[in-house]
Design a protein around this ligand. Structure first.
Ligand code: UD1
Ligand code: MG
Length: 453
């Protein structure tokens, strides 16, 4: 990879220093965790930025590389750079740990945050100080890190060994076990609030029991995989994750600005996990933006999806989370005929690069034998709705169909375009969908639920 300019090094040196300074001030002052979290997010940004720059070629030399299929000459780029981001992220979360619980670690105080007044030794021995510590919150935090670490390891495994699709689909469910276990022990809440119009029939709350755990496991499976299948164009994996992350941060801020809101703690928890995530993702986006110098790898897709699943589940806002995943849900449903092999699914479904024009065109799936009657009918209807492009033989039987991803659909609708235009178009879709999701959550939800919880 090309060397970074001195200006960049100077920037990182100054920025890293400023963030360290911020953390030190927080440590000296009242220990405001949110400020410390911002400091760690900044450090995580600089560390991943430089880490990717310095380690990219080493990754390539041990075989972690991939061909940039949509470029002339298909240059080889370092793959799995998400692993660097993930490692930096986990380290930042571990260093942040004492700050997250700062108030409990130093509240040997007279109430005003005065740390000079220390607690009597026998008080500590009788356990009065200890029992005030929120072990359940620590458990939540640690289980979230453990689940993320499991997911990152499985992601690296996938990048190294290219695990089969039907197997890797369920890897996140394994990674989610530590987090679900803590949920079971700490909350065990498996009731959901029933929308007001249905309350006369079902009551105010419905207990989903084990179904609720299945639902949470399904979210943990869905988030990582849905990001991984909305992939293959420079910058798309990271930019969608950044937009979802930003929307969740906005959502968290909407809660914590209300004084004494009962959900403040879970939204602070979510911010602590999202700010450093945004830091590492922005660094990765710089290197992965068109024309990419590195690839993010499945590690990043899984890691990003799992960060969202963790904050959504432990922060108790999984429905809001799903509202922000509407483009991914659409892409998954639209992909379903290929994922479930009703229609052939080639190894890569990313749009096809036309070397002559330099533009992306819809890529195609080929039928080895004519598809069955119902499948043909389905394809014809989808073509009428302009949702796919179909190529037929002289007898009118389908021989090829555009691959069913929103990336191809965008090109089918708006015509061939350059790779970065496609990424920006899909980013705009995400942004609009995200804002609408949040509006639905905070405005329309009041129509079907009696209160905004
Ligand atoms: C998923 C998709 C696959 C898509 C691939 C692209 C499904 C079922 N699978 O597979 O259709 O083609 O992601 O990531 O939908 N690449 C580029 N440019 C990019 C990003 C990736 O050319 O901007 C290529 C590189 O060769 C890279 C490879 O895609 O090495 C990574 O593919 P991988 O993540 O292993 O594919 P899957 O996640 O299995
Ligand atoms: Mg992938």
């Amino acid at each position: 990879m090309k060397e970074l300019s001195w200006a960049w090094y100077f920037f990182h040196f100054a920025f890293f220093g400023a963030c360290l300074g911020l953390i030190y001030t927080v440590y000296q002052g009242d220990g405001e965790p949110l400020l410390a979290s911002l400091g760690f997010a900044g450090i995580a940004f600089s560390a991943s930025f430089c880490g990717i720059q310095w380690l990219g070629d080493s990754f390539k030399s041990v075989g972690l590389k991939g061909k940039d299929i949509s470029k002339k000459g298909k240059p080889e780029l370092p793959e799995s750079m998400g692993a660097i981001c993930a490692m930096v992220y986990v380290s930042a979360m571990i260093f942040f740990l004492p700050f997250a619980f700062y108030e409990y670690l130093v509240t040997t105080t007279s109430g005003g945050g005065n740390r000079d007044v220390t607690i009597e030794l026998q008080e500590v021995e009788t356990g009065r100080l200890l029992h005030r510590f929120p072990h359940n919150k620590l458990g939540e935090y640690l289980s979230a890190i453990l689940s993320l670490q499991c997911m990152i390891l499985l992601g690296i495994g996938d990048d190294l060994f290219d695990i089969r699709w039907r197997h890797k689909l369920f890897l996140p469910a394994i990674a989610a076990i530590p987090m679900l276990m803590v949920y079971y022990v700490d909350f065990g809440v498996t009731q959901v609030v029933v929308p007001t119009p249905l309350q006369p029939y079902l009551g105010h709350l419905v207990n989903l029991g084990w179904g609720y755990y299945a639902y949470m496991a399904a979210i943990a499976i869905f988030c990582p995989n849905s990001i991984n299948i909305l992939a293959g164009v420079n910058g798309i994996e990271v930019s969608q994750s950044i937009i979802i992350g930003l929307m969740l941060i906005v959502n968290d801020c909407l809660y914590i600005r209300i004084p004494e809101h009962p959900a403040t703690d879970s939204h602070l928890f979510s911010l602590y996990f999202l700010l450093p995530f945004l830091g590492v993702s922005l660094a990765l986006l710089y290197h992965n933006w068109y024309p990419s110098k590195v690839f993010v790898g499945d590690t990043y897709c899984y890691f990003a999806g799992m960060v969202f699943a963790v904050v959504g589940i432990l922060g108790h806002f999984s429905k809001t989370l799903l509202l922000l995943f509407i483009p991914q849900i659409f892409n998954f449903l639209y992909s379903a005929p290929q994922l479930f092999r009703l229609i052939p699914c080639p190894r890569h479904r990313l749009p096809r690069f036309n070397e002559r024009t330099g533009l992306l065109e819809p890529s195609r799936a080929q039928f080895n034998k004519p598809p069955s009657k119902p499948v043909t009918l389905m394809l014809e209807i989808l073509e009428k709705l302009r949702l796919v492009k179909l190529w037929t033989n002289a007898q009118g039987e389908p021989v090829e169909v555009s691959n069913m991803t929103i990336l191809n659909l965008w090109i089918v609708t708006f015509g061939p375009m350059r790779e970065d235009k496609l990424t920006m178009g899909i980013m705009a879709v995400h942004l609009v969908a995200g804002v609408m999701g949040l509006l639905m959550r905070h405005r329309l939800a009041l129509l079907v639920f009696s209160q905004d919880n």
